[in-house]
Ligand binder design. Sequence first.
Ligand code: FAD
Length: 395
Amino acid sequence: AKPKVIVVGGGFGGATCAKYLKRFDDKLDVTLIEPKESYMTCPGSNWYLAGLVEKEYITHDYRKLQDKHGVAVIHDKVTDINARKQTVTLSDGSELSYDRLVVSPGIDFRFDAIEGYSADVIEQIPHAYQAGPQTDILYRQIREMKQGGTFIMSAPANPFRCPPGPYERVSMIADYFKKHNPTAKIIVLDAKSKFSKQGLFMEGWQELYGSMIEWFGEHDGGAVTKVEADSKTVHCDLDTFTADVLNIIPPQQAGKIAFDAGLVDESGWCPVNQETFESMIHRGIHVIGDAAIAGKMPKSGHSAASQAKMCAAAIVSQMHNWAMPRPKNVNTCYSLVGADYGISVAAVYHMQDGKIVGIEGAGGVSPHGATLQFRKMEATYANGWYKNITADIWD
Ligand code: FAD
């Protein structure tokens, strides 16, 4: 019989892995299990909030993975993984067996980390940190906010999904406010004292939005400790603030199924062999993407897709007794500070003493003080990046 690989989760990690497993060995029997029939990407979701792209642009389905690339796609949720029996259980109770399992469930939220915050309040104060209905709520709230109102976002401590994501978000909301609500204010309350591409973001905020965006870090007492959802009030050491629109991005951990399957350690993330992404806890199960502890790689869609290809190569090599490829991973994160104002960070990684580390001199960030022409070019590249990576995964 053909060796069977099951992939759990059809996001950046899982969908890439399923496609590349078939690409590396089309005789494999590859099944992708993902509840959603259409997947809205978090990358680009901030652009959608600003009204720069349509929802369709950031929404993808699994038809081509199935019809063109030979991946069997099941739209269901995995409710249990039995590492000993090598089976997964679906929500209807049916069981599927595997020879190898890849798990890419993304993130879950630590709902108990901030007093007053819970899953019950996310319709009122959306996180919009898993794209979909939550993104739509925030999209509407921004448009319904009164003139001159206050938008407050709280950003979590490290590690979390997409280190520049919160700051691109307030940039994109400022882009919208500048056109439609020019006296609005944006306050960022942060559980960190510094953030990704901080100098570049702040330079862009100043250049494009004057004093519209105010940022308070952990060292200012900006870490949010308590939330009152009804009045949209947030408490931190610095002060108590009341918002018209409140966007709490809570602390995070690996997706729930990773906990249920016993794949996480005390950090709340999944330890893996960083060369093959095989779990350090359960043999035969690989964990990739945001849920995995992947050395110096940030939790990003680009990282997840890069890890997915390495993981697929490792699985196929092991099955054929081929020499393991020496892994090189890549990450690029573009952020739009304004519609025509892009910045980026990029890195290439290799293995050192069993850990993924950056290669010195490879990658870097956009220059400070660049011309608007340069920033515009990077905004064009950001769109090119999006089209390429999503085509590589879903087309
Ligand atoms: P996901 O893409 O979240 O996929 C996980 C999938 O698993 C989901 O579809 C879910 O339905 C499924 N799943 C979960 N549990 C189960 C189960 N039990 N059974 C079956 N399926 C299950 N990254 C970039 O590289 N560039 C960017 O510009 C960028 N911008 C971002 C902006 C924002 C606002 C945010 C929030 C994130 C951004 N990211 C960006 C990060 C990126 O979205 C994530 O890092 C990426 O999605 C991680 O991929 P993943 O496969 O680990 O998880």
